[in-house]
Design a protein around this ligand. Structure first.
Ligand code: ADP
Ligand code: MG
Length: 208
């Protein structure tokens, strides 16, 4: 269980998060909802140890007490794909698996099945459509079966079929015990996957 207690994050005069308290449970798919600029991406960064709170505390429970421990078991899908443009999708996924000490061929086979990666996976990443990039980025983030999976607007660029596949994958990841947290402004997708909701408005947590 991850707990945030009174988390505030300011960027100079901008108050991105104000006194946010919430609990994130393994096996849940927690959706962060709220309008543009409400603090969703900032909250994901704080949960993932990629940004430090200005005030308040984050406790990652049995995931570990150091940033290194948390990051070792973090799966992150942000606005940047983290993929190398000149490697193929397949090579990007295999490289990520190697870095995590996992079987590259097994990791690619699973990602290809989950995200319907076709022959395009053998072309350089830089040649992909937005949706193809996103599907490879999703596959890449899951190679090490992360215990903490954070996704910022993960349906960006995905068509209806790919969005539905992603929903199934997130349910499966949660069912094996992962703590899954995502931001989205796709209301239908949120309703389909959310087992918990944290709603934000101008950096503050509000009732759902
Ligand atoms: P959301 O993801 O809900 O759209 P963000 O967390 O990206 O919202 O942003 C929350 C607020 O913090 C916004 O007003 C945004 O402009 C501001 N903000 C986010 N990151 C930075 C930064 N690095 N420097 C300054 N302001 C930032
Ligand atoms: Mg955002």
């Amino acid at each position: 269980m991850i707990t945030l207690d009174g988390v505030t994050k300011t960027y100079g005069p901008v108050r991105a998060l104000v006194n946010v308290t919430c609990t994130l449970h393994p096996t849940n798919v927690t959706v962060l909802s709220g309008p543009n600029g409400s603090g969703k991406s900032t909250l994901l960064s704080v949960i993932g140890t990629l940004a430090r709170p200005t005030a308040g505390r984050v406790n990652h429970g049995d995931l570990g007490s150091s940033r290194r421990e948390v990051r070792a078991t973090l799966g992150w899908v942000g606005h940047e794909s983290l993929c190398y443009p000149d490697l193929t999708g397949r090579q990007n996924i295999e490289l990520a698996a190697r870095l995590h000490g996992c079987s590259p061929s097994e990791a690619f086979t699973l990602a290809a099945a989950r995200f319907d990666l076709g022959t395009f996976a053998n072309r350089p990443f830089r040649t992909y459509s937005r949706g193809q990039r996103q599907r490879v980025a999703l596959g890449r983030a899951l190679v090490h079966s992360p215990r903490l999976l954070l996704l910022d607007e993960p349906t960006t660029g995905l068509d209806a079929a790919a969005t539905e596949r992603l929903g199934q994958v997130l349910r499966d990841e949660a069912a094996r015990g992962a703590t899954v947290v995502l931001s989205t402004h796709d209301g239908a997708f949120a309703s389909a996957v959310a087992t918990a909701v944290v709603a934000l408005d101008r950096g503050r947590r509000v009732a759902t």
